[in-house]
Design a binder for this molecule. Structure first.
Ligand code: FES
Length: 108
């Protein structure tokens, strides 16, 4: 059953940054683009073990793993280039009353 998990307040995640959400297993990364849109993906890069919430970079609507430069589509989780060949799970994000929740059941 899917549950909402409080990740942070809107003000706690600056545009253009990501964070690893504390609590859910497997870990979820929450991202906020420069334009202010929120996305949630699996936290661990599908190439090797690397936290995309702690160390990932956002470029527009793409998430870049800085370890070997794999790129993922934030909305779909699709792997856009090597060395990643598998996409990331994605999760719904709900913003309510200044709080940001992730739905812990993956969409994909
Ligand atoms: S661990 Fe992410 S690209 Fe290699």
């Amino acid at each position: 059953m899917s549950e909402r998990h409080l990740a942070c307040t809107v003000d706690e995640l600056e545009p253009g940054t990501s964070m690893t959400v504390k609590g859910p297993v497997p870990a979820i990364a929450l991202h906020r683009t420069e334009s202010g849109a929120f996305f949630a993906t699996a936290d661990t890069c599908t190439h090797e073990e690397w936290s995309l919430g702690d160390e990932g970079d956002l470029e527009g609507d793409e998430l870049v793993c800085p370890l070997h430069m794999a790129r993922f589509d934030l909305a779909t989780g699709k792997a856009l280039c090597l060395p990643a060949t598998l996409g990331l799970a994605t999760y719904d994000v709900v913003v309510e009353a200044g709080q940001v929740f992730v739905v812990t059941e993956p969409r994909t």
